[in-house]
Design a protein around this ligand. Structure first.
Ligand code: F6P
Length: 328
């Protein structure tokens, strides 16, 4: 075990994700178990820049495992994007003798960590993938994804009831800024007729053709999942275009939005976040740094920040193919 780690700081940054609290708890408890002092940084990089950094004890993380959101708050920091902001952040860490950080967040969080550690390589950073989008290379799952998909599927189940009663076509928009992971999984788990995601070709004509084919087999309602990052536009825009093909408005739209970001984390997310939080402290003690810690084939994996943010996580083509076959 390396003796180099003095004090560890933990923070959450970017969009919140269910399970972040479970990860914070695991970091704090693993660190204190190993007699390391642990600090929280409130509001992510913003708090690092302003020095909003405070000691944490194991009691401080009691009764948070099951809670959504993040008890140490989160933000997207503009000041940290400047050299001066990062200098201030460095000084605050130095003043407290903190030389290791666990950053929990998505792409922007890891990008911040990469830039910071390229300027200040003496600070050891490890990143935990915390984003509902599941779009980080190097990990099969990100913290929050499973809960977000469960929330979306629950919503789709309800939409199906009313879609069925009225013989309506529903477009349900789910989150996923640049990726279709939430949409595809919601589509499979919610039995959607179609999934429109940035990773796969689709067109209004295809959607119209699919609706017509469904009618021929006496399927009079449909639920189509649209990823927020769809290249065909928003669910509202797609619905409006589809309506023009039928000469009447029979579509409805539901945008699930930030509901997917809140709520009690699922069992999968609680366990994943606990494993990753634990592994992050062990990794720092072993001298690992500037890596994202994830899970690959159910084993803890280590991916450089460059790869985690620079490489594209590919959607499973087999799942996409299966989704189409099961919906036909
Ligand atoms: O990255 C997570 C995410 O929820 C995306 O799916 C979405 O595009 C974005 O954050 C929304 O961000 P905000 O919280 O700023 O509205």
């Amino acid at each position: 075990m390396s003796k180099e780690i003095k004090r560890i700081a933990v923070f959450t940054s970017g969009g919140d994700a269910p399970g972040m609290n479970a990860a914070i708890r695991a970091v704090v408890r693993t660190a204190t178990y190993h007699k390391l002092e642990v600090y929280k940084i409130n509001r992510g990089y913003d708090g690092m820049v302003s020095g909003d950094i405070h000691r944490m004890t194991t009691a401080d993380v009691g009764n948070i495992l099951h809670r959504g959101g993040t008890i140490i708050k989160t933000a997207r920091s503009k000041e940290f994007m400047t050299k001066e902001g990062r200098q201030k952040a460095r000084q605050h860490l130095k003043n407290l003798n903190i030389n290791a950080c666990v950053a929990i967040g998505g792409n922007g969080t890891l990008t911040g960590a990469q830039v910071f550690t390229s300027e200040y390589p003496d600070v050891s950073f490890v990143g935990l993938p915390g984003t509902i989008d599941n779009d980080l290379f190097g990990t099969d799952l990100t913290i929050g994804f499973d809960t977000a998909v469960n929330t979306a599927i629950e919503a789709v189940d309800k939409i199906r009831d009313t879609a069925d009663s009225h013989n309506r076509l529903f477009f349900v928009e789910v989150m996923g800024r640049d990726s279709g992971f939430i949409a595809l999984n919601t589509g499979i788990g919610g039995g959607a007729s179609n999934v429109i995601i940035p990773e796969a070709e689709s067109s209004i004509d295809n959607i119209v053709e699919m609706i017509n084919k469904a009618k021929l087999r006496n399927k009079l309602f449909s639920v189509i999942i649209v990823a927020e990052g769809s290249k065909l536009g928003s669910a509202f825009e797609i619905a409006a275009q589809v309506d023009t093909h039928f000469g009447e408005k029979n579509t409805r739209v539901a945008v699930i939005g930030h509901l997917q970001r809140g709520g009690s984390p699922s069992a999968v997310d609680r366990i994943l976040a606990s494993r990753l939080g634990y592994a992050s402290v062990i990794a720092l003690m072993e001298g690992k740094k500037q890596v994202m810690i994830g899970v690959a084939n159910n084993k803890i994996s280590y991916t450089s920040f460059e790869d985690a943010i620079g490489k594209h996580k590919v959607l499973n083509d087999d799942l996409l193919k299966m989704a189409k076959i099961l919906a036909h």
